[in-house]
Design a protein around this ligand. Structure first.
Ligand SMILES: Nc1ncnc2c1ncn2[C@@H]1O[C@H](COP(=O)(O)OP(=O)(O)OP(=O)(O)O)[C@@H](O)[C@H]1O
Ligand SMILES: [Mg+2]
Length: 730
């Protein structure tokens, strides 16, 4: 087929002409009536505006051949029939300001007019107190002939035939009448759930069975049941939320949401705002996030929300098909409803108890906090200056960190070393499929169930600022500052990673295989020093032997599932890679091996995997190094150590009766300097790992459990908006 040649670039301006009204009207009609379902929605809304309590719809060819709607509303007055399909004629609005308090669904006087420009339209209507009805047809906004008296019942019947008969391109676009019929059924279903004082039916022309059929009822759940089926209705939870704070938002919401037992292929969200069927993408997203985190197996919910707010707060005139409205304080409303849904879901989904811990005085727990910051929603409103967030969580890490005071001398060398590490390509991927063992699936499901969505949002979208002390990292999330306990968070991350990578670990080969028995002995010696081993526990050598034999018995399983390879001589040869770019602190290797022998429950499968994951997590956790932190005042410790060794060696010399300073004191000085250098390296490396490995990995993989929002692992320490009130700058 030959394609038409593209138009030539005009060299002279074409004259501007006034469009023929028929062209204008047809263009306008194309905006209002986009498809059969949008025509049906307009007709349905007219019937509801007319106070109908019974509405019946018949459809042929997906609405392209025929949409017929009959209602028992108040009908149309005979004298109004000539105006019925004229553009901008309506019985519902007089002044523009009436829009501020509009209670009808229609207000433009455009719907029927538009239909008459792109279809054949005919009406039979009868008002109360008149002995007969009238029948009339319309074309291009005007009556075709006179209205003829006919037999009728009170109400209106409208027939829209041959939709888009004169808009060939549009008509061709609807190739699948079945799909279009589905959209029509969808619109009627939604209204049928909301308008429980009206009965609805919808069927295909020629069918005896209706695809939607509802009766007038008092029960919303019954309406949902007759439209969406018993499976949906069975698992519903009633939900409500409201706010009457003018500066926050004023609304009340009643609704129903599906519980954790309900699973579907896609989300159904039926949303009515002031009785208008609308869409609200930010609300849908916010609720989907809650489901995805609280009940991932039921991540596609059924939702019905009816929101009522002062008419003056809503602008209904923002979309050509009225499928959206804009209203004040959308973010706050979305946030409040999201929290109400989350609370309901958690309530229904859990019987767990959470332990709480007293927090540092003057600080706020995240549990309380997650209720305040608004979730990210799309808004065109300019944020007030005290809410401006001047950082972007998507920027590379370290942007804020760069403003922290630089460390002393040795740090430069350390950073050079680190630069080499940084060049290594990062692979932060977990296997696509988790293990199919039921026990592992159950442990992972427990992680999902326990996830705290607010805390997860903070971790995902925070910006690392720096380490506030040895264990707490300072992060910014929106206009809030939090302290995050890196030890607790890294332990949880490692645990979850072990479950996710179960049986799919890459392995870390040890350059020197380590004997299980020796490692147990070292760990027991450490325990003795720390006062945790007593003679009554039995001889250390015996414990070490028994433990290493036990672990060796399990070698095959440990290797297959956890990549911990143990050879026939009882030496560990490899460890798993739990997080790419991350290696455990080998100082903790002995105690890990001892834990394998002492604390892992080898009897039942699930407990075994759980305790083994916990043991590995403990080993790989980013603990505080054993060398004290030399940063800031910490350096005094090393200086004191230097002085003490000098004094000790001097007194030893004095005791020996030697007066001169021995050569040994020089080497002790050097030893102290080396200790300081080593401590600086270790701590700098740790901080680098926290910033460049831990936080990015947490953003990707961590699902923080609810207990971490309460036990002081994450603490809100400042709200920049509050600080703004004091300093008038953020
Ligand atoms: N089913 C009906 N029963 C009674 N009156 C109706 C019905 N359908 C339409 N009308 C009357 O016809 C008028 C024009 O309807 P139309 O849908 O074109 O405009 P509208 O509802 O006023 O505004 P909008 O274009 O926003 O829908 C309505 O104002 C109403 O008075
Ligand atoms: Mg209308």
């Amino acid at each position: 087929m030959e394609l038409p040649s593209s138009p030539k670039t005009p060299t002279e301006p074409a004259p501007i002409r006034r469009l023929d009204p028929s062209v204008v009207n047809r263009i306008a009609a194309g905006e209002v009536i986009q498809r059969p379902a949008s025509a049906l929605k307009e007709l349905l809304e007219n019937s509801l505006d007319a106070g109908a309590t019974n509405i019946n719809v018949t459809v042929k060819d997906g609405g392209l051949k025929l949409i017929q709607i009959s209602d028992n509303g108040h009908g149309i007055r005979f004298e109004d029939l000539p105006l019925l399909c004229e553009r901008h004629t309506t019985s519902k609005l007089r002044e523009y300001d009436d829009l501020r308090s509009i209670s009808t669904l229609g207000f433009r006087g455009e719907a029927l007019a538009s239909m008459s420009f792109v279809a054949h339209l005919s009406v039979i209507t009868m008002t109360a107190g008149i002995a007969h009805g009238y029948k009339v047809s319309y074309k291009d906004g005007a009556m075709e002939g006179e209205a003829r008296p006919c037999a009728a019942v009170k109400g209106t019947q409208l027939m829209v035939e041959n939709l888009f008969y004169n808009v060939a391109a549009r008509k061709k676009a609807f190739k699948n009448p079945g799909e279009e019929y589905g959209r029509i059924v969808d619109v009627i279903s939604r209204y049928a759930v909301h308008k429980i004082g009206t009965s609805f039916s919808c069927k295909k022309h020629g069918d005896t069975r209706a695809d939607v059929h509802t009766m007038v009822t008092n029960s919303r759940v019954d309406a949902i049941k007759s439209v969406y089926g018993a499976t949906v209705a069975r698992d519903l939870i009633a939900v409500s939320a409201s706010s009457d704070n003018e500066s926050h938002s004023v609304f009340s919401m009643e609704g129903f949401i599906s519980s954790a037992n309900y699973s579907a292929k896609k989300t159904v969200m039926i949303l009515f705002i002031n009785d208008r069927l609308v869409e609200c993408a930010p609300l849908r997203k916010a609720i989907e996030v809650v489901y995805a985190t609280v009940v991932p197996k039921a991540a596609k919910p059924f939702l019905y929300f009816s929101i009522v707010m002062p008419a003056a707060h809503v602008d209904v005139n923002v979309h050509p098909t009225k499928k959206e409205v804009s209203f004040l304080h959308q973010d706050n409303l979305v946030d409040t409803i999201q929290r109400a849904v989350e609370a309901k879901l958690l309530d229904s989904n859990t019987t767990r108890t959470y332990y709480t811990q007293t927090l540092i005085p003057g600080t706020q727990s995240v549990e309380k906090e997650i209720t305040t910051p608004p979730t990210a929603t799309h808004t065109t409103q300019k944020a007030p200056v005290n809410k401006l967030v001047r950082t972007d969580a998507l920027q590379p890490p370290g942007q804020l960190h760069a403003f922290l005071p630089k460390r002393t001398s040795k740090t430069a060398d350390v950073e050079n070393d680190l630069a080499i590490t940084r060049k290594i390509v990062r692979q932060r991927r977990n296997p696509k499929e988790s293990s199919d063992l039921t026990s592992v699936q159950e442990l992972l499901a427990a992680v999902d169930r326990e996830t705290h969505s607010g805390l997860m949002d903070i971790v995902k979208n925070c910006i690392y600022v720096g380490m506030a002390d040895d264990t707490m990292a300072l992060v910014q999330y929106k206009t809030y500052l939090y302290l995050i306990n890196v030890v607790a968070f890294s332990r949880e991350l490692m645990y979850q990673q072990v479950l996710r990578r179960f049986a799919h670990f890459l392995s870390l080969q040890l350059s020197t295989p380590a004997s299980l028995r020796d490692l147990c002995m070292v760990a027991l010696d450490q325990e003795e020093v720390e006062g945790r081993w007593h003679e009554s526990d039995g001889p250390k050598a015996e414990i070490a032997k028994l433990n290493s034999e036990l672990i060796q018995c399990k070698a095959e399983m440990i290797k297959e599932y956890f990549s911990v390879e143990i050879d026939d001589q009882g030496n560990i040869r490899s460890l798993p890679v739990i997080l790419d770019q991350y290696y455990p602190d080998m100082e903790r290797f002995p105690s890990f091996v001892l834990t394998l022998g002492n604390e892992v429950d080898w009897e039942s499968e699930k407990e075994c995997f759980d305790s083994l994951a916990a043991a590995l997590a403990e080993f790989y956790t980013i603990h505080t190094p054993s060398l004290p932190n030399p940063a800031g005042d910490g350096v005094l410790l090393y200086q004191r150590h230097k002085q003490m060794t000098a004094i000790a060696s001097k007194s030893a010399e004095d005791a020996d009766g030697r007066q001169e300073v021995s050569a040994g004191s020089g080497s002790e000085n050097q030893e102290s300097d080396e200790l300081l250098a080593e401590a600086e390296t270790v701590w700098a490396q740790r901080e680098w790992t926290i910033q460049h490995v831990l936080f990015p990995a947490m953003k990707l993989f961590l699902k923080p459990p609810r207990k971490m929002a309460k036990d002081g692992s994450a603490i809100q320490i400042a709200c920049l908006e509050q600080l703004y009130k004091i300093f008038e700058r953020c």
